[in-house]
Design a protein around this ligand. Sequence first.
Ligand code: GLN
Length: 199
Amino acid sequence: RPTIGVLALQGDVAEHLHVLDQLDVHAVKVLGPDHLDTVDALVLPGGESTTMSKLALRYGLMEPLRKRVAAGMPAYGTCAGMIMLADHLLGGTADQETVGGIDMTVRRNAFGRQTESFEAAVDIEGVGAEPFDAVFIRAPWVESVGPEVTVLGSVPGPDEAGRIVAVRQGGLMATSFHPELTGDARIHRLFVDIVKGQA
Ligand code: GLN
């Protein structure tokens, strides 16, 4: 059973732990660099990415996180966690840093005022034919991706390509939305399969 950490600086940590507890993994909170050493993979929750960035710097986690991701640790970020995994960020604050790892440009708070929060049925590659009930809360979108990135899901946008809301690059995955809030464990299960080398 792999040990999967949830970055527990800020955000909806308990919800992710709750989903992971239903899967065949050992789920733990990661609060500092010593905890990070003990996990095989990491989930970065939704929350507030500027605060998450500040706390990661304050608790000496930013560099260790970058090192583990660069060394191949699988990681999955939801919403603010997606922002944390972006190599390039638009709409961040001046001092906001990301861990990076996924070759993508993410736009923070991208969906406009009228759609600050919404739900949509989104087709997600690799989790079965049934669309995923995706909850977006002041969500980012992925503005562009590099050649190593696979787009797993999009919502309708201004042009045919739509807006990218789910991506994967090797062992790294990110979604704009919050599967930890809707009781559908398929995306977490996909991540666990990736961690086990089965997807
Ligand atoms: N808008 C938040 C941010 O920029 C993310 C929102 C979320 O995680 N639900 O960090």
